[in-house]
Design a protein around this ligand. Structure first.
Ligand code: C5P
Length: 232
């Protein structure tokens, strides 16, 4: 089968990354978590005391940032490196999560990262998840999925993930962070979180992870494999 690009967009903690990872594994595609790139830039800005409101400082900082993905055999996924350092775990911490919404609303940050994401998808065979993948990064992706879930369910899932990483955060604080990020993501001018008109909608509120993965695979089979067979 000819390789395609798959765009998975949607709200935080509704199952995007787990299902995208599984799909990329089945298809032997590269999985890219675009959120990790916004998180790594946020980490750099915080560590270097960059003023989020100073365009000159931001431009200079972006020139100093090198982001790479390297495959981790044990975890069967690509991990992100910021200027040569693996920051995969650090960027998930709450102090980064608290600021990533603000940083990802900065136009220069978005333009720099979208350019890099488009390069990663040039040869196709990529599953990328994020907020604007089907609308801005790969508007020509052959398969697009838009995911959502009830905010309280998402907060429970995120709280559990944080706990598994050893960070205990109050449910209300997780909920508030999601609310804040949703609002920033939905209302920013550049690359807002919206469903692409040709994306398949998936509400995971009452779905287990297995059901979500099954649904993804079904979509790939019906939308890509069966249609290719009919064409030939
Ligand atoms: O996916 P994750 O929750 O890790 O993403 C972190 C943040 O990065 C999101 O809250 C969003 O503000 C930003 N983001 C974005 N565009 C993307 C991916 C993530 O603005 N394509």
């Amino acid at each position: 089968m000819r390789k395609i690009n798959i765009a998975i967009d949607g709200y935080s903690a509704c199952g995007k990354s787990s299902t995208a990872k599984a799909l990329s594994f089945w298809l032997q595609y590269v999985y890219i978590d675009s959120g990790s790139m916004y998180r790594a830039v946020t980490l750099f800005f915080l560590k270097n005391y960059i003023n989020f409101n100073n365009p000159k400082e931001i431009k200079e900082a972006l020139d100093k940032i090198q982001l790479d993905f390297y495959y981790h055999d044990g975890k069967r996924k690509h991990e992100i490196y910021l200027n040569g350092l693996n920051v995969e775990d650090e960027i998930r911490k709450m102090y980064v999560t608290d600021k990533v919404g603000e940083v990802s609303a900065i136009v220069d940050v978005r333009r720099a990262l979208v350019r890099q994401q488009q390069k990663l998808g040039k040869k196709r065979g990529v599953v990328m998840d994020g907020r604007d993948i089907g609308t801005v990064v790969f508007p020509d992706a052959e398969l697009k999925i838009f995911m959502t879930a009830d905010i309280e369910v998402r907060a429970h899932r995120r709280q559990k993930e944080l706990l598994e990483m050893g960070e205990m955060v109050e449910f209300e604080a997780v909920l508030e962070n999601l609310r804040k990020r949703d609002k920033i993501d939905e209302t920013r001018v550049e690359g807002p979180l919206i469903q692409a008109p040709d994306a398949h909608f998936m509400d995971t509120t009452h779905m287990t992870l297995e059901e979500q993965m099954e649904e993804m695979l079904n979509l790939y089979t019906t939308e890509i494999v069966e249609k290719a067979l009919v064409k030939n």
